[in-house]
Design a protein around this ligand. Sequence first.
Ligand SMILES: *[C@@H]1O[C@H](CO)[C@@H](O)[C@H](O)[C@H]1NC(C)=O
Ligand SMILES: *[C@@H]1O[C@H](CO)[C@@H](O)[C@H](O)[C@H]1NC(C)=O
Ligand SMILES: *[C@@H]1O[C@H](CO)[C@@H](O)[C@H](O)[C@H]1NC(C)=O
Ligand SMILES: *[C@@H]1O[C@H](CO)[C@@H](O)[C@H](O)[C@H]1NC(C)=O
Length: 549
Amino acid sequence: MGQPRLRSCAGAFAPFHLCAALFFCTLQAEAVPALAEDFESVNLELGVSHVDKKVNERFLSVAIDADLMAQEKFMYLLGSPKLRILAKALTPAFLRFGGTEQDFMQFRPQREPFSSNDHSSLHYPGHSCDRFELPPLLEKRLKQEWALQASVLQHEELLGKFDRKNFSESAVDLLYAFANCSGLDLIFGLNALLRTPDNVWDSQNAELLMNYCDSRQYIMSWELGNEPNSYEKKAGVRVDGYQLGQDFLHLHKVLQKTRIYRSSGLYGPDVGQPRNHRKDLLTGFLETASNAIDACTWHHYYVNGRDTSLEDFKDPEVLDRLAVKTNEVLETVHSVSPGKRVWLGETSSAYGGGALGLSDTFVAGFMWLDKLGLAAKLGLDVVIRQVLIGSGTYHLVDDNLDPLPDYWLSVLYKRLVGPEVLKVEVASNSKQKRLLRVYLHCTNRKSSSYRQGSVTLFALNLSKNQATLSLPALFSNSTIEAYVLQSAEPGVDGLQSRAARLNGVLLKMVDEQTFPPLQGTDLRPGEHLKLPGLSFAFYVVKQARAPVC
Ligand SMILES: *[C@@H]1O[C@H](CO)[C@@H](O)[C@H](O)[C@H]1NC(C)=O
Ligand SMILES: *[C@@H]1O[C@H](CO)[C@@H](O)[C@H](O)[C@H]1NC(C)=O
Ligand SMILES: *[C@@H]1O[C@H](CO)[C@@H](O)[C@H](O)[C@H]1NC(C)=O
Ligand SMILES: *[C@@H]1O[C@H](CO)[C@@H](O)[C@H](O)[C@H]1NC(C)=O
């Protein structure tokens, strides 16, 4: 590639009051040699003088499905020191504990009900991080048993029949200890299917739980009910938006009466993505209870895990569906309760527990990173990934507690991407515009040592071929640190690898407690960004001197 030629750089030195109008710099790279079919040059337009959206500091958050508690002994997995270290690298973040099972579980205020001897000495309160660590032998056994449990749970979900379950104080302690000791902010999903004969939410069991958590000084926030739009299917109960809103108003009052949850967060209604009557449910809910909630939550999956393909996972049309659904939800929320923040309260690639060999492999990163980029760009405040560990095959950390490619992607996102969303566009003259997706934020300076004014570009190349990205000349003097993520194995087949490479180096824990270095590669100032086919990357433009970063 030759030297880039500056085409236009309007308003770069405009006075600040004019900066609501972005300064867009366009750069035209020299024509691509016609021979190189596997190679395309793309010009980017960056707007660095204006923050377009600002998302929550905990934007990338994670979930643990309540089905981990279906058999309480599995909650001990959360005592794994390795898992805590992995979780800590994702902070600050919310930890949502919820899912279908939350509406079938009741709190029994008693200590642990386990009969087996090897658990009985493991009582500990949720604050004592050092005093409890899951012993390696027990961890090993639980991991083996979880594989069996996972297939039982999967079967239950397939049948759509959910047994009622109890959980004890010990299970709550284990959950809280995990959240607190890894630095995650716990959101607990209460059972909304405990209802009176008049179909009004019965708060007694929630109050028991809150009293217990209060007595332990557990700091947490709350949700009520999971995907109420499908209660009829799951439990033969129909709850409309107005009634659910009344239930939330009641919960809000209950929280006001406690000492420590008076000002804690309340989020809902955790509806599925808009489809016919679901929209009515959301509207009715917000009309009734929007003042009681701190954010409006909805759930999103791109595809059905039992009926999807490798192609779906990197199809720009599939990825664009998120924008359509998000805009529908935002429209509803903004019309009924303007200004209310909107969260993806539970989200992943494929519903029904994921898609084995896809949602747990490198290719899942296209859906995940694109979702992170698009959701922030559209103005969603928080995105809660289903799941950190456990449940299904869409986890970030697998059943052996080893990190999957989406985990590494998430850690890099946390380190490099700040909450300020900036504008970036692929110049319209680019042929393969559809297959290249780019997002721009201020660099996260809280968790990294980058200097003021630096920006982080992240890009996905959905094509087989390498892309060369050119930045505006304004940034030609800046050092750029590249973090290119590729599958551990080459080619389209390699996309289904359960391992990833960062700048060519295989990503894996050094040992149970030690992270690999996760280093970027410095590019020379003015060097083009080469994004290999079927890969994605973060680029930190270290001296971008963005006035808003
Ligand atoms: C839950 O606890 C209640 C009260 O202790 C008990 O009657 C019920 O059988 C328990 N349910 C299950 C599924 O264990
Ligand atoms: C963990 O618990 C301590 C002690 O109560 C508290 O100060 C801290 O804020 C908690 N951290 C989280 C993330 O909940
Ligand atoms: C993606 O990478 C391939 C090379 O592996 C390249 O040919 C293609 O042009 C890139 N796509 C875009 C949109 O730049
Ligand atoms: C880059 O550095 C050169 C030499 O110091 C300087 O002349 C030029 O103005 C700089 N360009 C930008 C865009 O800052």
